[in-house]
Design a protein. Structure first.
Length: 251
């Protein structure tokens, strides 16, 4: 199913494919690691971390005992580390075990001290059993994938989650792109971080596009919210838990 283009939104540029330098598997490992420090700082300052935690907090408040979280495309593990702090701050009665998944071996190894466990794997073929983790998060990763690859990623997250899937990504905007470019200089971002950050914004979504992409993948619309810092979140109850047949299969 092909979703029609969403209506124009003020100050929203057309979606662009672009090329992010860090997507190249041959990119220098040391420079990649340093650039991911910039990404973690941007997450902390500009709303990436906050968007994920805002959706995760009510899920953790309802949870009891040990629960698990898989963070897809975890980078250096800053999001699951923040999730563990959040779980502790909510109070006794629950503990959170986090798993970071990244397709780059160096990042998976770097992030393992911030998570309970670490996996190096393709997010389109997550090496975990169906409904094996309680929560799946995915922050600023979905825009790296297009068409069938994006839908495969969404279906894989839906497959392994028991309770909730939380996708956070960038809301495409000229203001966001320009603001990130300007802020990157006083923050001391590396040139690759500056370049890829702007490309990421221009690869981002409108709310209608993100809702349509998830709906197309799993056969049901997610809850999409605007978040501070030109962020969007799409959340849903996994297909099996909601009693829906997987997308593409008859009811």
């Amino acid at each position: 199913m092909r979703w029609p283009p969403s209506p124009p939104v003020p100050l929203t540029p057309p979606r662009r494919r672009g090329v992010e330098l860090l997507d190249d598997p041959a990119f220098d490992p040391g420079e990649r690691r340093r650039s991911h420090d910039d990404i973690a700082l941007a997450n902390a300052l500009f709303g990436g971390r906050r968007a994920v935690l805002a959706e995760l907090a009510p899920c953790l408040r309802e949870a009891r005992g040990e629960v698990t979280l898989l963070d897809v495309g975890t980078g250096i593990g800053d999001i699951p580390q923040a999730a563990e702090r959040l779980a502790r701050s909510i109070g006794p009665g629950r503990s959170l075990r986090t798993i970071g998944l990244d397709g780059v071996e160096g990042l998976a190894m770097t992030g393992q001290h911030r998570t309970s466990a670490s996996l190096c794997a393709d997010a389109r073929a997550i090496p975990l059993a169906d409904r094996s983790v309680d929560f799946v998060t995915c922050s600023q990763v979905l825009h790296h994938f297009v068409d069938d690859d994006a839908r495969r990623l969404i279906r894989e997250m839906d497959r392994v989650a028991r309770r909730r899937v939380i996708v956070a990504d960038l809301r495409r905007s000229w203001l966001a792109a320009g603001g990130l470019w300007l802020a990157s200089f006083p923050l001391g971002f590396r040139p690759v971080s500056r370049h890829d950050g702007v490309v990421s914004v221009l690869r981002g979504f409108t709310a209608a596009e993100l809702r349509g992409l998830v709906s197309d993948a799993i056969g049901a619309p997610p809850l999409v919210r605007h978040r501070l810092g030109f962020r969007l979140t799409a959340t849903w109850t996994p297909t099996a838990a909601a009693g829906r047949p997987p997308a593409g299969r008859p009811a």
